[in-house]
Design a protein around this ligand. Sequence first.
Ligand SMILES: Cc1cc2nc3c(=O)[nH]c(=O)nc-3n(C[C@H](O)[C@H](O)[C@H](O)COP(=O)(O)O)c2cc1C
Length: 218
Amino acid sequence: MLQEPLFKKLAAKYGKTTAQIVLHWHIQTGNVVIPGSKNPKHIRDNIDLFDFELTDEEMKEISIIRLQQTILHSYKEALEGFLRFHQISKHKNKETNSMKNLVIYYSRKGQNYVNGSIKDLKKGNAEVIAENIQKAVDADLFEVDTLKPYSADYTTCTNEAAEEKRNNARPALKKTLKDISMYDNVFIVGPCWWGTYPMPMFTCLEGLDFTGKNVLPA
Ligand SMILES: Cc1cc2nc3c(=O)[nH]c(=O)nc-3n(C[C@H](O)[C@H](O)[C@H](O)COP(=O)(O)O)c2cc1C
């Protein structure tokens, strides 16, 4: 969490550590913070928080990241659900061969954050996950891809995505998925962009009828 690019940017702006930015956000929100440390420098840092103010926009950006943390916590549940499902799916397939699985995913290749630094990924993270699920449950794959590509530059892309989220945009897609009636289980796989799926995922998902489907978000 402390490697989060936004915290690094704000730390550089205010001449603070990323931990101080997080602590200050809590205080400015009105939360009571009780930090603990045995490290004398960290103890000093933990009280050296009162000579700067985050702007409203910065407070909002941090709130979005905190929301995403909550989503991260739910990954454990999602994974458990997936594993439970996987058992059922295998069982059913053996007996009746009747379960049909679909993975709908969005993933962005190219510049991406990996362990705190920007790397050039030949294959996006969500695509790797989608392919693993495909192999595990023998699914069909549908890639959500936008007609207008996002910027190759990571930071520019984050700004484009933030703008789309603010406008609740539904970017046009290269291919439309129309009918999922033949599937029993639908896995939804995508990265976290500003605390939720990228907006093009919603362009795709909103056009589908999920009645009676098992939906497994990842
Ligand atoms: C536009 C954009 C917005 C992002 N927003 C967040 C975010 O709010 N929180 C977060 O932890 N990571 C965020 N990330 C990082 C991605 O979730 C992460 O790099 C993910 O693994 C990308 O998956 P992909 O390679 O399949 O596209 C963002 C990345 C991009 C490009």
